[in-house]
Design a protein around this ligand. Structure first.
Ligand code: AHG
Ligand code: MN
Ligand code: MN
Length: 330
């Protein structure tokens, strides 16, 4: 995909309708976009308002919550909870399923601020969301988990030099840019395709001593470069925010890996299935890429809790296929 994009003039809700999204889903996407626009404005003012630090709170993940984790969660809750279409909400920052409206049909599962450790360094962060068709009035964990495969929409907003949204509502994976003047997201690149091959991988190398053999084999072969079995050299990038590392895959291919590890508390990796892995998998597969947990496609998993962590690898399909082959041998 060319890395040069340009505005097409097509607004988000119009694009959603051309993709055949149900009117209620279009309304939910619009509300999510409004929340992310509000978050973008909040982030720009955060250093001036002393909001880049940590709160005294610890979330169910066992992570110290940043002030902005809490504030962005509040924004998304305020924007979504009152909507008639919302049956319930799942957030990285909420211990349990949050009931919405009695006749709502959809669950929005979201990570309000992904890459929180990047806040203090003014580095790229994002919001990730997934819309599940849970059925009217469903607002409990079992009902949400039962609808895991009924993901009707997924996307993220990346707060970088520009605020960019990448979204899929059942067909194309498409990129939109936020226009502060107009206050809306506008299509800049539709029908994104992830290149099948890549020469760039993304993994936190500091955990090398606790990788399983399959992960260690893949990475060492990349590092052996032209002289090694891959016969080509590889670059490495690690942004510390999944949204940034996966966005790079959409722009120029590559593979993003957060693996299972031989480390207490990281046996299933770190990233959460419902509001990180599953939405990103829909985006990646919608762009012709591949997304797996160990050797299983992420879309085929059977979740057992709303904050469940999963190991993952996603991106260029020929790279992920190699990781899948090595994982099968584990
Ligand atoms: P969050 O800030 O929502 O907890 O997510 C951070 C995640 C993910 O965005 C990123 O890829 C990963 O944590 C980085 O983990 P390490 O700090 O272990 O590298
Ligand atoms: Mn996250
Ligand atoms: Mn988060």
């Amino acid at each position: 995909m060319s890395s040069t994009v340009a505005g097409t003039g097509q607004p988000l809700d119009h694009w959603c309708k051309t993709q055949g999204a149900a009117p209620a889903v279009v309304d939910l996407v619009d509300a999510i976009a409004g929340g992310c626009a509000e978050i973008a404005t909040l982030l720009h003012a955060a250093p001036l308002r002393g909001l880049t630090g940590a709160s005294a709170e610890v979330n169910i993940q066992g992570e110290v919550q940043k002030h902005l984790d809490i504030m962005t969660n509040d924004i998304m809750m305020r924007r979504l909870k009152p909507l008639a279409a919302v049956a319930c909400l799942v957030s990285e920052e909420e211990d349990h399923v949050v009931p919405g409206q009695p006749n709502g049909r959809y669950c929005v599962a979201f990570d309000p601020l992904d890459g929180s450790s990047n806040i203090e360094t003014n580095s790229t962060i994002g919001t990730v969301f997934s819309i599940l068709d849970v059925g009217e009035g469903v607002a409990d964990e079992a009902g949400v988990l039962a609808a895991y495969s009924k993901q009707v929409a997924a996307g993220y907003v990346l707060y970088g030099p520009a605020a960019l949204m990448v979204i899929n509502v059942g067909d194309d994976t498409t990129m939109l840019a936020f226009d502060p003047a107009g206050g809306d997201f506008e299509v800049v690149q539709s029908g994104i395709k992830v290149p099948a091959d890549a020469a760039e991988f993304s993994i936190n190398m500091s955990y090398q001593s606790v990788w399983h053999a399959d992960t260690a084999r893949y990475v060492s072969e990349c590092l052996e470069g032209k002289a090694g079995p891959r016969g080509k050299s590889f670059n490495m990038r690690w942004a510390g925010a999944m949204v940034a590392d996966v966005h790079r895959v959409f722009v120029r291919g590559g593979v993003f890996i957060y693996p299972a590890m031989n480390k207490k508390g990281s046996e299933e990796g770190k990233l959460r299935l419902l509001y990180e892995a599953n939405p990103m998998a829909m985006l990646i597969e919608g762009a012709g890429g591949m997304a797996i947990a160990n050797a299983t496609p992420i879309r085929e998993l059977k979740p057992n809790s709303i904050h469940q962590r999963v190991p993952l690898a996603m991106g260029s399909k020929n790279e992920v296929a190699l990781l899948k082959e090595y994982a099968e041998g584990r």
